[in-house]
Design a protein around this ligand. Structure first.
Ligand SMILES: *Cc1c(COP(=O)(O)O)cnc(C)c1O
Length: 480
């Protein structure tokens, strides 16, 4: 059964094996809260070594069990550390379909119907963000790629680099992004030949969002020094604290200096589905481009990212590279000619299935619930003696730290690392450990729709156990 026979001779065997795997998976995932959010120490890595000879299916099944057991378990509501959560049921179904039909989003021939679905989804999302009549987009494998392609189009559009690249530019190009912007912006600058030093970090206020007056000043300075500012990156939902830049004011600056405005809404873009909270994205409609990851707050299986343009014709004028080996009718273009990737996975299907199944309505409710528990969690955390938060949450991300009076920054940072380890090792509660404005914090991303007050209660009692002054020294030793 190495392959499924197109004439059906081995279908019984194949079905039996696949059903076994599905049973193992469903058993695990439907008991996710009983298993730790992260695997305990990985053991016997050697048993995963590759062999030259084939191994029996029963042995493969053992391997599969071990792999599932040793994987991240983001379905557990105590998995709070990162922007991972349990996937929608429809996106699991979508993935099963995609790997079985194994289409290729390169062109219409290689993915006839899902190419149409991708166009419908990206047009629909662009209109949802209010990007206007000429807007549209493409899908990519992750937010970093969406940011890279957006900045490539901005660069080609504003600097005219499509043909000759950067050679011959008389002035050094600059990108402006907040100091809390995602590292994929640096990566983009590096791969696009601009160099990481072309990204000018703009100071943020205490919420971790861009100081717009500093942005203005900084652009002015670069122009004065004979630099060539061409792009501003606004962030709607910073990865560390969920801060949302003032998109309205940033768009005015972009307009004033005629710069490309790209909004990294990779995390926060989901708010456009929230009837209650979409106003937090006010001004996003002025962006020239938006990157948004349904794989985060829309719970689509990884990977799933969208790049939207206010003017979709720039995909053709500033990015288009023709494929010589696919047929074209009526001068139409193929998706593979306007996306950074060639072959692409049909991410569009699982997003489309999930949007159909949940509708805007359910996403709006899920987001409302996230806010409700973020605010309850904040309240309960602040009732614990010496617990401080990094800043007022603007989304479903909350960063907190234990801060003892009269101890140094270094001591406090160390205590918080012990707290993070203590919660994970002793109580199976996973927070990430981050740095924000030189302080370390434990960070919670409240994505899981099954997270509720019962979980908050357990987290708070576990934190209290740690912060109980008499124990703290002893526990610190235990964790070292
Ligand atoms: C997660 C994230 C990214 C990167 O997305 P990937 O899918 O991990 O490549 C970019 N920007 C922000 C704000 C993010 O939170």
């Amino acid at each position: 059964m190495s392959f499924i026979d197109p004439n059906g001779s081995n279908i019984k065997e194949v079905k039996a094996f696949i059903l076994k795997v599905i049973n193992i998976l469903l058993k695990k995932i439907s008991n996710a809260e009983k298993h730790p959010p992260l695997p305990k120490k990985l053991q016997n890595i050697d048993k995963f070594n590759l062999n030259d000879l084939p191994i029996a299916e029963s042995k493969i099944l053992d391997h599969i069990k071990a792999i599932i057991k040793n994987s991240m378990n983001a379905s557990n509501p105590f998995y709070l550390g990162h922007m991972d959560s349990l996937p929608t049921t429809m996106s699991i179904v979508g993935d099963i379909i995609c790997s079985t039909i194994n289409n290729n989003m390169l062109s219409k021939d290689t993915a006839p119907i899902i190419t149409e679905i991708e166009k419908k989804i990206t047009n629909n999302l662009a209109k949802k963000f209010n990007l206007g009549q000429n807007s549209g987009g493409v899908m990519l494998s992750g937010g970093s790629l969406s940011n890279i392609q957006a900045i490539a189009i901005a660069r080609n559009r504003i600097l005219g680099t499509f043909d000759k690249g950067l050679t011959g530019l008389k002035r050094k190009p600059y990108i402006f992004a907040s100091e809390e912007a995602h590292t994929s912006i640096q990566k983009a600058a590096m791969v696009l030949g601009l160099g990481v030093n072309s990204v000018v970090p703009i100071e943020t206020n205490k919420e971790g969002t861009m100081k717009v007056s500093v942005l203005d000043k900084s652009i002015k300075e670069k122009i004065k020094d004979n630099g060539f500012p061409f792009c501003i990156i606004a962030t709607a939902g910073t990865t560390i604290t969920g801060g949302i830049d003032d998109l309205q004011e940033i768009s005015k600056i972009a307009n004033k200096y005629k710069l490309w405005m790209h909004t990294d809404a990779v995390y926060g873009g989901a708010l456009i589905f929230s009837n209650q909270f979409k106003s937090k994205l006010k001004g996003i409609e002025n962006s020239d481009s938006i990157a948004f990851n349904p794989q985060k707050w829309l719970y689509i299986t990884k990977t799933c990212s969208v790049l939207l343009l206010k003017n979709k014709k720039y995909f053709y004028s500033d990015f288009f590279t023709p494929l010589p080996y696919v047929l074209k009718e009526n001068q139409e273009y193929h998706q593979g000619e306007i996306t950074l990737q060639g072959t692409r996975y049909p991410d569009a299907l699982k997003l489309w299935l999930s949007l159909q199944h949940l509708g805007n309505f359910s996403y709006s409710e899920i987001i409302k619930n996230s806010y409700k528990y973020t605010s309850l969690f904040k309240k309960k955390l602040l009732e614990i003696k010496n617990i401080k938060i990094s800043c007022e949450p603007q989304m479903n991300i909350i960063c907190f730290r234990y801060q003892k009076a009269n101890s140094t920054l270094k001591e406090n940072n160390e205590i918080n690392l012990s707290l993070q380890k203590f919660l994970l090792k002793k109580h199976n509660i996973f927070f990430s450990f981050i740095k924000f404005k030189s302080y370390n914090f434990l960070r919670a991303v409240l994505l899981n729709p099954f997270f509720n007050s019962k979980h908050i209660k357990k987290i708070c009692s576990s934190i209290r156990e740690f912060t109980n002054e008499k124990k703290i020294i002893k526990l610190k030793k235990l964790n070292d």
